[in-house]
Design a protein around this ligand. Sequence first.
Ligand SMILES: NC(=O)c1ccc[n+]([C@@H]2O[C@H](COP(=O)([O-])OP(=O)(O)OC[C@H]3O[C@@H](n4cnc5c(N)ncnc54)[C@H](O)[C@@H]3O)[C@@H](O)[C@H]2O)c1
Length: 310
Amino acid sequence: MDKKVTVVGAGFVGATTAQRLAEKELCDVVLIDIVEGVPQGKALDLMQAAPVEKHDAKLIGANGYDESAGSDIVIITAGIPRKPGMSRDDLIATNAGIIKGVVTQVVPKSPNAILIIVSNPLDAMCHVAMATSGFPRERVIGMAGVLDSARFRTFIAMELDVSVESTHAFVLGGHGDTMVPLPRYSTVAGIPITELMSKERINALVQRTANGGAEIVGLLKTGSAFYAPASSAVEMAESILKDKKKILPCAAYLKGEFGIQDLFIGVPVKLGRKGMEQIIEIKLTVEEDAALKKSAAAVQSLVDIVSTLN
Ligand SMILES: NC(=O)c1ccc[n+]([C@@H]2O[C@H](COP(=O)([O-])OP(=O)(O)OC[C@H]3O[C@@H](n4cnc5c(N)ncnc54)[C@H](O)[C@@H]3O)[C@@H](O)[C@H]2O)c1
């Protein structure tokens, strides 16, 4: 392949991300983890699936960063996931240290890479990655909105008994309980769901979406969601690798857009070869704007905690 993506963290999200990248034949993949043997074993196992899955992507596993040199994209999934009863925010101190260490090692090997951050608490970890890397905001992007929107789309399709492919949804804000699903901009075949469902049903789906990660944590008991998170990270990577310029909700560093300054938060973004190529500012109602500002305040409080950790 002429493209190379490094996935840091060979756990549930990282290994599934590597699998999807390879099976879509988007790039060669380097899988890195601190645990000896795990990235090597998973990469070899995935390579042995290639003849059956019919792709020629190469996968290698490593415990160091030499193999990652010259990556086009580095997807960071390293860190601890939450357990039942934990919020994403409970992971902050452990994962901030991990992200800092990872990014410090990634940057000298791949100074031109685009970083896609997955580890939680997502928006705060994007701050750590941007500060540590010194990269411009175009090359540090967080994965959350694609996943949250996919969850909303799933629930809309289930509710209306329609194909998920006919659905479209937008979820803005931080990746947490304060996320802001936007029913007005969520559609089935272009028809806003506000025309297709009662307010009560929409509110129920919005609630289930905001609680989507916790619902799965509660079922799994030993970890958090990984299939849909991996799919979401790969959709972002694909848009960048193929320069598709998809408009996807991603955590981006705002410099005044939506009236928010110097903060990572989920907004519609154009993803292309240069990374975050544009932030699409959509007009929000007074209520939506208030919800986004509330979400921004929640992210800001985590960023403040991160700054006390240094
Ligand atoms: N943004 C999102 O929407 C979203 C969705 C799902 C999961 N997540 C987050 O992604 C992260 C990973 O989740 P998971 O389910 O794959 O967890 P996991 O425990 O299965 O995998 C994490 C991996 O990171 C590795 N690791 C730890 N420190 C490392 C380091 N310094 N360098 C390299 N590897 C290191 C661990 O050994 C482990 O294999 C968690 O923080 C989770 O909360 C985010």
